[in-house]
Design a protein around this ligand. Structure first.
Ligand code: C2E
Ligand code: MG
Ligand code: MG
Ligand code: MG
Length: 289
């Protein structure tokens, strides 16, 4: 029986660990093949203006159908891609597909939106030639970088703030828009936010859990929207699931929203140009905190 020591305690490789390791190897190999064969695809989730219900952009979320394991979610395979050096080729496929989708929608007249939001991993962000490559790719696809929001998580800019800031500045300079993703989950201080050229700040869905019930949550979200306003960032609330959350966020001055309340990630032709907003009388909001 294989044995190993981990933080001083004896761990025996049991059947479940063997299965986990096997799965991990399966995912890694499968991912290599999927990238090579271009078998990744995108689903889209609308980002909605909370004043008008208009779909202002769609976030592209990568999916993959593993031949044996079935539908794979990014929470599982993105970290693996990051660890085994596949995140850049994966990201390149996603960006290329995303740009092409945007070009197709722009050409058609029943497209729900004229913008796309794409996630960019840290290693990809820090690739030396990225701004130039992306600019060329956009040009080739026939789209304007100003219709593309690149989403970068707070965690991805933090390890080397100066380098990330320079890189983001270059991307901004060639016309791309920038969003800080999952805001509030990393350890970036609110104080250094103003040093970055972000257009959008996406509040992590963590803060929406219990939003209607916890005064703390309301206070935090209020502080974030106030600060964003001062710094000139627009705010997107992620993970809106209920009409009450939606009403609260509108009260708090949040510009845009995204979440299962509006739509799960779906193929693009299932997204309408407008999504209905509940009238204020439909929800009971209590802001006395
Ligand atoms: P993210 O960029 O924060 O994307 C939002 C995630 O929250 C998506 O999960 C979406 O399905 C989920 N979500 C949206 N609304 C709700 C809601 O109301 N409730 C709940 N519980 N969840 C909601 P998904 O698609 O599984 O993606 C997870 C993460 O994987 C993304 O988080 C992003 O960080 C990463 N990811 C996805 N696609 C890509 C990609 O193409 N490249 C890179 N580098 N990362 C990606
Ligand atoms: Mg995102
Ligand atoms: Mg997010
Ligand atoms: Mg997330």
């Amino acid at each position: 029986e294989a044995k190993t020591f981990s933080r001083g305690s004896l761990v025996v490789f049991d059947e479940s660990m063997r299965r986990r390791i096997r799965r991990r190897m399966q995912v890694e190999q499968g991912l290599r093949d999927a990238i090579r064969d271009d078998n990744l695809f995108l689903l889209f989730q609308p980002i909605v203006c909370l004043r008008t219900g208009r779909v202002v952009s769609v976030e592209a979320l990568v999916r993959w159908e593993h031949p044996e394991l079935g539908r794979m979610m990014p929470e599982e395979f993105i970290p693996i891609a990051e660890e085994c050096g596949l995140i850049v080729p994966l990201g390149e496929r996603v960006l290329e597909q995303g740009f092409q989708c945007l070009a197709r929608w722009s050409a058609g007249d029943d497209s729900p939106t004229s913008g796309i939001s794409l996630n960019l991993a840290r290693n990809h962000l820090m690739m030396p030639d990225l701004p130039r490559l992306l600019e060329a790719e956009a040009h080739r696809a026939g789209i304007s970088p100003s219709d593309v929001h690149l989403e970068i998580t707070e965690g991805a800019v933090m390890p080397d703030v100066a380098a990330a800031r320079e890189r983001l500045g270059q991307l901004r300079k060639v016309g791309f828009r920038l969003a800080i993703d999952d805001f509030g989950t990393g350890y970036s201080s609110l104080a250094c936010l103003h040093q970055f050229p972000f257009d959008l700040l996406k509040i992590d869905r963590l803060f929406l859990e219990g939003l209607g019930f916890s005064p703390d949550r309301v206070a935090i979200v209020r502080a974030i929207t106030t600060l964003a306003d001062i710094l000139g960032f627009r705010v997107v609330a992620e993970g809106i699931e209920t009409p009450d959350q939606l009403a609260l966020l509108r009260e708090l001055g949040c510009d845009y929203g995204q979440g299962y309340y509006f739509s799960r990630p779906v193929p693009i032709d299932e997204i309408p140009a407008f999504l209905p907003l509940p009238s204020p009388s439909d929800v009971g909001v209590d802001l006395r905190c």
